[in-house]
Design a protein. Sequence first.
Length: 274
Amino acid sequence: MGGKRVVTAIALIPFLYLLVRYLPPLFFFLFVVIVVFIGQYEYYRFYYREFNKYTILGFFLGFLTLLTFDKDFNFLVARDAVLSMVVLISLIGFLFLKANPKDTLPGVSVILFGVFYISWTLGHLIPLRNQLNGENLIFFILIATWGVDTGAYYFGKLFGRHKLSPVISPGKTVEGAIGGVISCIGFAFLARWLFLRELTINNTILIGLIFGVISQLGDLTESMLKRSAGVKDSGSLLPAHGGMLDRIDSIIFTIPVFYYYIRYFVPEITFLPV
């Protein structure tokens, strides 16, 4: 299992580096759209076992949300209005799609949560990439977040004795969680050395600590959703990683946190108005 994880990661690294470093921003935007759509599809399958018209409604609202993050499209929908529009359209959509009234409350809740849990959070990748130093910011956050997953997995395998959350995720241990935080700090310094030397040592340590905790909370949150739906993996897209959601569950939490941390605490690094 560990070998397959490493092989899958190694296969993806050159593609991501090429995409972020050399291809035009439009390609990155489209990549985010694809990742969001796959993530939403996997999430909606927790509730709707088959692809249907309500899933399409969620896709539309997710795409509308992503448009508000891109500087070339956000003139179409002001970001401060997207929440109202998404809520209204979701309700109107269920009205015109003639859903069973008994399914409306849970159905609308599932659709809206899918939009904000996946599309809204990952949408922050788009303005982050569009900064002057955006490519390096993306590389930094990916390396630091993957450091958590790597450290937690291998520390847990080697030293895991005490269960972290046996009901939600029986395989996770306290030792693995601690190792994930330590590993994240180390990988944050590696990412700083490679891509973001403007970041101070204190900020690097703090980001490593924050990411080390919230990344694992993101992982546990997705496990909780899967437990609720009665599924083991969100899909089988990536060998040894499960589905798309299984791979991005940590990044879903770290992306918006990193975006706002940089924006409000160290904007001198690169931040432009969006």
